[in-house]
Design a protein around this ligand. Structure first.
Ligand code: SF4
Length: 86
């Protein structure tokens, strides 16, 4: 992860999460849980027996979680994320 993994970056993601997801985003979530640790591990992040992650408040999760990675600049978890940008 890069130095974009900061609380300031999270605040920015939160405020811009009302905007649409980029049409250049492809793929799907691979349940790696990396985005649930930006910048610190979320208390609602849980793991299944196969160590895939899940959100224990999935239906209530905030917009910045629902839309991550919304645009390329906020995608700091490229190494493990199932989403890619064209
Ligand atoms: S980083 Fe990507 S693949 Fe991993 S949990 Fe978040 S959206 Fe899903």
């Amino acid at each position: 992860m890069t130095n974009r993994n900061t609380w300031l970056a999270k605040v920015r993601r939160t405020f811009t999460s009302v905007l649409p997801v980029s049409k250049k985003r492809m793929g799907k979530c691979a349940d790696c849980g990396a985005c649930c640790k930006l910048p610190n591990e979320c208390p609602f992040l849980k793991y299944k027996e196969d160590w895939k992650s899940y959100c224990s408040i999935h239906g209530l999760r905030p917009l910045n979680c629902r839309k991550y990675p919304r645009v390329k600049w906020e995608h700091v978890t490229e190494d493990t994320c199932g989403y890619k940008f064209k």
